[in-house]
Design a protein around this ligand. Sequence first.
Ligand SMILES: [Fe+2]
Length: 383
Amino acid sequence: MDFQYAVPTRLILGRGRIADLPGTAARLGRNAFVVLDPSIRRHPSVQEALDALALRLADRTEHVKFPGEPEVESVNQAAEAARQGRCDLVISIGGGSAIDLGKAVAGLVTNGGGIQDYLEGVGTGREPDRPALPHIAVPTTAGTGAEVTRNAVIRSASGRFKKSFRSPYLYPTIAILDAELTVSLPPEQTAYSGMDAITQLIEAFISKKANPVTDALALAGLRMALRSIREVYQNGTNLDRREEMLLASTLSGICLANAGLGLAHGFASGLGALYDVPHGKACAILLPHALKFNRGARLDKLAQIGRLLTPETGLSTGEYAELLIQHVIELNRDFGIPPDLKSFLISKEDHPLLVEMSMGNSMAGNPVEVTPVIARTILEALT
Ligand SMILES: [Fe+2]
């Protein structure tokens, strides 16, 4: 064995724990830059926490994020606003892209420069050499696990790319996991983000870089997510199940930060950059294909997950693995997620670029090597 494992983010999990935000913030700073998803801004307990925050801190700057992944220009503007406001703490409340914006601002304020300098593959190769501002992340969707990862996904409006600002300094300091904040998430987003978490857990579990610590966490996360995802889709107010999905999502973030991902996320990042495809939906569509592609190389691990789905004890390894693949296909069907990418009308001319943009960090973790030629074949079969 040869691996490293890190989770520097302190987790605070519990219903109503958003109420801890003002006190926790006051211990970390005096002047907060608060990134808010517009959809969560009017949530009563978020409003209450922000009001209490105003009494505990000397000052704060509120920044309401645009929908979608943060773009280069908006990240630089947000970082400039945080510098101008002399903020010494970042708070992000929202989905993965709000938390990613928080991470990028926290890193840029202390390290200087623009976000374009730091982006993998397209930047100038600059790396942060100073710790980011303290950052409290409060996820309000259960999917990305961004509250415990060290990268921020940034999109360019003009250059058609989606790249990561990545550094060990970007892990949020504290994550507050309050399932009550996820209750109002509509069924469609609940399904997409839940399938993202499941894809992250499975891809990290079968990844080339998996280790016994991430394996244990991935199985714990999958046990919760696989038994809860249907219920939260049908009955969003079931708090026990919402809480399981939220924790499963956080565990998926811990797993991916330490063990990497695979084929489904490789293609999802290319698709997200070139087309308007929701990340979780792309992952969900690609997951069964990724499982079939990797079946031979990871039969035993897929069977371990399959065993979580049935009380039956006498099946063969192949049958348990197949059970998982069929289960994922059925989940997608029940959530109205298509079996392929045809509905996105991906033009054939875009295939070479799409393959190129899919061969990044995630694809490298796939247990079976995916060459550009293989990627192209998979893509042609799905579009
Ligand atoms: Fe993901």
